[in-house]
Design a protein around this ligand. Structure first.
Ligand SMILES: [Zn+2]
Length: 290
């Protein structure tokens, strides 16, 4: 099934790899209290939260088609990758992602750019595929756009503690070794239709991607937000944030910029339809489906 969103000259497809309950909400958001969870349960459950406090999450890519380029933003978990600390992502052998990519009408050969909002395991997996025991770029013609400080951070982490981040070795470094990486500042502009926006905090140099023109635009947020709870409570950090304080400031800044506009917000992990518009809620925000 292909899920296509039209925005003037631009089309955005969602390419889903997985969707379902994944993490315990109180573990995932370490500062979420039981009281705050109960206060919000009526609107969270069942769409965003199960009765036993599992977060409903989607793992997906956004494929943006502009008149000039096909851009794949974030590449999910991937197949055949050892992820011993995450059983539900360990050595996956699923054809769902490839089938959903094919349903867009495009193939791996059609992708011009791959953008990774950040270099976590569920955003880099399909960067590479296994070919005769070697990890090779999945998208043979694509340039891969990595933020400079983000790449530097994970290269060092991989050197210092390789077992803590196995995805760097199988899904990031092979792209660099194949000279397929474009290493950019996190405010990089690809052209007049596609601009990166620095949204640091979840990771050191996380970026979001703005596409389109006013009146027909969208922002692909990556992991600067995981659940609509973090729109209402922007200071609610996530368990593996690099700097939760900074992540909260990034949320307030980005949502403040797009609040009460027509800009479509495309989140990485909200359950389907995963997209919405930012509106004011008390002293913060909400993301409402359109
Ligand atoms: Zn993620």
């Amino acid at each position: 099934m292909s899920i296509r969103i039209g925005l003037g000259d631009i089309a955005i497809h969602r390419v889903i790899e997985q969707e379902g309950p994944f993490f315990d909400a109180l573990t995932f958001f370490p500062k979420l209290t039981k009281d705050l969870l109960e206060e919000n349960r009526p609107w969270l459950q069942p769409r965003f939260l199960t009765a036993d406090n599992q977060l409903m999450l989607c793992i997906q890519s956004y494929l943006v088609q502009t008149p000039h380029h096909n851009i794949l933003i974030d590449t999910c978990v991937g197949n055949h990758k050892p992820r011993p600390t995450r059983p539900f992502w360990h050595m996956m052998q699923s054809d769902r992602y490839e089938k959903n990519l094919a349903a867009t009408g495009l193939s791996v050969d059609d992708i011009d750019f791959v953008m990774c909002t950040h270099l976590h395991t569920d955003h880099v997996g399909w960067n590479t595929r296994l070919d005769n025991g070697r990890w090779v770029p999945t998208f043979p013609k694509a340039r891969y756009i990595f933020a400079e400080r983000e790449l530097g951070f994970w290269e060092k982490r991989q050197k210092d503690e390789p077992t803590a981040c196995p995805w760097v070795a199988d899904s990031v470094l092979p792209i660099v070794a194949a000279n397929r990486a474009d290493i950019v500042k996190s405010a990089h502009a690809l052209n007049e239709l596609v601009t990166l926006i620095p949204t640091p905090g979840h990771t050191i140099d996380h970026y979001s991607v703005h596409v389109g023109k006013p009146g027909g635009d969208a922002v692909i947020t990556g992991d600067m937000i995981h659940s609509p709870l973090q729109a209402r409570y922007p200071e609610l950090g996530m368990m593996v944030d690099y700097d939760s304080g900074q992540a909260g400031r990034s949320r307030r800044e980005l949502f403040g910029r797009f609040c009460d506009t027509s800009t479509l917000v495309c989140t990485a992990h909200f359950p389907s339809p995963s997209t919405g518009r930012v509106v004011r809620w008390r002293d913060a925000f909400d993301i409402v489906a359109v």
